[in-house]
Write a protein that binds this ligand. Structure first.
Ligand SMILES: Cc1cc2nc3c(=O)[nH]c(=O)nc-3n(C[C@H](O)[C@H](O)[C@H](O)COP(=O)(O)O)c2cc1C
Length: 221
């Protein structure tokens, strides 16, 4: 039975594009592989306390007898997050762009995971080579020739961590212009936004099917 890890980082509960597109992938996968188990970590709804990262780092360099209760607790959290990843065969990361970068809750989660020695940039970590899907949504557009080309500091960083540092085999599913229906400055682009969203859902469903096949016959992927 395959295990899927899913991270959600949108602070929106209703109307979240990343949640909806990630669910398209997940439900297509589960339709084809109903036995798959999904481990969920929702840092949008339930962020990690901000002290966990610093306490986990400080506690990791000293003997247990010298640790504070807070440091011990933080190390348990870091280990628990690392175990959730280490147990999974595939990964879905649903992460919006906020303020041209990564949501603080997602950054905090990644920082705490990296405090677990298994996931540090110096480790040969346990999830390298496994399939991962990064679902990212941006209110505006950042492609070549757009006024804000080069302002997306989320996607590249997330690919660096997931793909280069953790060695995952990452596919990116992007929805742009998700704010077109509420931002009058983007009103002319609403048609394009709708097409973009439809394509993101179609890509997600396609990847869900592909993932089910890959999990059935990993050697053929
Ligand atoms: C606090 C906040 C900051 C945002 N900053 C940006 C931004 O810098 N650039 C952008 O294109 N969209 C920005 N957006 C829009 C989101 O990227 C967009 O609404 C996206 O769909 C959010 O993901 P979600 O639909 O899963 O909640 C921001 C939204 C919020 C709530």
């Amino acid at each position: 039975m395959a295990t899927i890890f899913r991270l959600d980082a949108s602070i929106r509960h209703e109307g979240s594009v990343t949640r909806a597109v990630a669910t398209s992938l997940e439900s297509t996968l589960l339709a084809a592989a109903p036995d798959a188990k999904v481990i969920r970590r929702d840092v949008g709804r339930d962020p990690l306390p901000s002290r966990i990262w610093a306490d986990a780092l400080a506690g990791s360099h000293i003997p247990d007898s010298a640790r504070t209760d807070g440091q011990r607790e933080a190390l348990v959290v870091a280990m628990e997050l690392g175990d959730e990843l280490a147990r999974a065969d595939a990964f879905i990361f649903a992460i919006p762009m906020y303020n041209f970068g990564v949501p603080p809750h997602a950054k905090a989660w990644i920082d705490v995971v990296i405090a677990d020695p298994r996931f540090s940039p110096r480790a040969g970590n346990p999830i390298a080579g496994k399939p991962a899907y990064l679902v990212i949504a941006r209110g505006g557009a950042y492609g070549p020739g757009t006024p804000r080309e080069g302002w997306d500091h989320a996607t590249g960083w997330l690919k660096l961590i997931l793909g280069t540092v953790w060695g995952l085999d990452v596919k990116v599913i992007e929805a742009e212009l998700t704010a077109a229906h509420v931002n009058p400055a983007l009103a002319d682009l609403r048609g394009l936004a709708a097409q973009n969203l439809e394509r993101a859902h179609a890509d997600a469903a396609e990847h869900g099917k592909g993932l089910a096949e890959r999990l059935r016959a990993p050697e053929a992927a």
